[in-house]
Ligand binder design. Structure first.
Ligand code: FE
Ligand code: CA
Length: 548
């Protein structure tokens, strides 16, 4: 979400224009067409995976583990381990030839690797920028494990991860941290340094893992005196090479590395991993869809290469199956949404606008028809106490803070009210008693009661929405922004509002959930302490946020 900069002339790289021309002026959606265009636009090697020669690991003379390690999407008997080899991360080739590399991994019960439970090898392919996505199966459920990678004589840092409880387990608690929006140029990832020390089971990332905007040579407000960033970062990300390099910049951040090593992540994206406020194949600026889909393909591929995601999430050209379902015993079901890839265009030209027949239309959808059906079907089959929906943009109604101003955010669910109504009706019909929506995007934290009808405050509360503030986007912020009192007054279902940076922890239990909104006073200077700004509970069978 960035309000400014709409419909500016774009500076698309000439190679994308050439590729789009090469394809003709029609929209392409076939896998082969998109893959060929992507290869054309980005000079990807066209040889198959088996085609690359194997690199002798002894030739890697600098530490290849500069981007750290990560794990993700815990299943009851399996973990997904990630790393990417990059001896010189700020160079396009990461300092490696176009050859495959064998990477060994170890998984152990203990941090010192005395009780190793599994060992194996994975191939880091040059086609995927030497990333490794190792699935390790046949593991004991509900256990913590430690892991590390090895290439030649180089050993990575040690990561900590865990399996989920078995699907029938009556596990009694799950603690998650919800995070979003980490603009490198806006500040330090101090909150991640604190979260790395917390005792949480999983971190849920709600999007804006990176920003496409240019980062100048001093790294924005970070203003390093000990390093000058290469010029490659000082332009908007368009090509596969741009997106890959931007991930490299972010992944070298020590706090981000620490939090990935400490906890498994469950990630979903929002707009900035590709481009501000895009909708399906419609970019922010006036660019033909076939040209934008090339950019989207580049962004999606770099996303997959740099995230701890499983094979079903690997993209095919401009398409990537990111929405998916995870469970935590019978305590929680997570339906992780993608509200960017399939959405209808923002109504009324985007921005904050008065609702019109265009925004109120039944055809307006954020998840797309298929994903809406998938979500409601999943709720029908759920036997979980808590149904949690990690997603991107604000779900609850946000009446404008100024008295008499009737505008609503067209990029959020307020711009797609028919879609929101269908989902809430589906949740009620499916008997979802404890619904919790997790949201990012807006760079502030909110706690909302989800009303059956937001225009009628007396209507039933169907669940709660926890909006996690940004890690760094928006710079320091203020605990009480200028519109704080007006916003709370205009929205009685808004139970919490804070404009500082940080993260939010949610402890789901069998009787209630506890929510702690954590903040840091500053991100433009390093080292701020973490404090709990506010705490709430919502009770099983009696939804609604109450001060803890
Ligand atoms: Fe953001
Ligand atoms: Ca966003």
């Amino acid at each position: 979400m960035t309000p400014a900069g709409h419909k500016q002339p774009s500076q698309h790289a000439p190679e994308l224009r050439a590729a789009a021309r090469h394809l003709g002026r029609r929209r392409f959606l076939t896998v082969t067409g998109a893959a060929a265009a992507l290869a054309f636009a980005t000079n990807l090697p066209t040889a198959g995976v088996a085609g690359a020669a194997e690199l002798d690991a002894a030739k890697i003379t600098e530490n290849p583990f500069t981007l750290g390690v990560a794990s993700g999407d815990p299943l009851p008997t399996s973990v997904l381990l990630w790393t990417r080899l990059a001896p010189t991360p700020y160079q396009a080739d990461s300092g490696l030839p176009q050859e495959r590399v064998t990477v060994r991994w170890e998984l152990a019960r203990d941090e010192r690797f005395r009780q190793i439970v599994r060992r194996g090898a994975a191939i880091a392919h040059p086609e995927f920028h030497h990333s490794v996505h190792a699935e390790v199966g046949h593991l004991e459920s509900d256990r913590v494990f430690y892991y590390r990678f090895r290439v030649g004589s180089w050993v990575s840092e040690t990561g900590r991860t865990r399996t989920a409880p078995s699907s029938r387990s009556r596990v009694s608690e799950l603690t998650l941290a919800a995070v979003s929006c980490q603009a490198y140029h806006d500040g330090y990832f101090t909150a991640y340094g604190h979260l790395a020390e917390d005792d949480v089971d999983v971190v849920v990332h709600l999007g804006d893992y990176l920003y496409e905007y240019a980062v100048n040579s001093v790294g924005g407000v970070r203003n390093y005196t000990d390093q000058v960033l290469p010029d490659v970062f000082n332009r908007e990300t368009i090509t596969l090479e741009d997106y890959r390099l931007r991930y490299a910049l972010y992944k070298t951040d020590p706090d981000l590395r620490a939090v990935h090593a400490a906890h498994p992540f469950v990630v979903t994206w929002d707009d900035h991993e590709t481009e501000n406020n895009y909708a399906d194949d419609i970019p922010e600026n006036d660019v033909p869809p076939e040209e934008f889909l090339l950019r989207r393909a580049a962004a999606y591929r770099a996303y997959w290469e740099n995230q701890p995601l499983r094979l079903p999430q690997r993209p095919e050209g401009p398409d990537m199956q990111l929405y998916r379902r995870l469970t935590w015993g019978r305590l929680a079901q997570f339906d992780i949404l993608d509200t960017r890839q399939y959405r209808t265009n923002q109504a009324n030209g985007d921005g904050w606008k008065t609702p019109t027949p265009e925004s109120e239309a039944e055809s307006q959808t954020l998840p797309g028809t298929e994903q809406e059906r998938w979500l409601i079907d999943g709720w029908k089959q759920s036997n979980a106490l808590w149904n949690v929906v990690p997603q991107q943009v604000v779900f609850a109604r946000r009446n404008h803070a100024t008295a008499g101003n009737t505008t609503l955010s067209m990029d959020s669910w307020d711009g797609y009210p028919a879609s929101r109504r269908r989902l809430l009706a589906g949740a009620e019909a499916a008997g979802v008693d404890n619904l919790m929506v997790l949201t990012g995007d807006v760079h502030v934290s909110y706690g909302f009661d989800i009303k059956r009808d937001f225009a009628d405050q007396g209507s039933r509360t169907l669940g709660t929405e926890i909006v996690a503030t940004s890690i760094s986007s928006g710079r320091d912020g203020a605990a009480r922004p200028a519109n704080w009192a007006g916003y709370l007054a205009a929205n009685p279902h808004m139970k919490h509002y804070n404009g500082q940076r940080g993260y939010t922890t949610v402890a789901l239990g069998r009787d209630s959930a506890r929510v702690d909104f954590k903040t840091v006073a500053a991100v433009t200077t390093p080292g701020a302490a973490i404090t709990t700004a506010a705490s709430f509970v919502t009770e099983v069978g009696d939804q609604g946020l109450k001060p803890a």
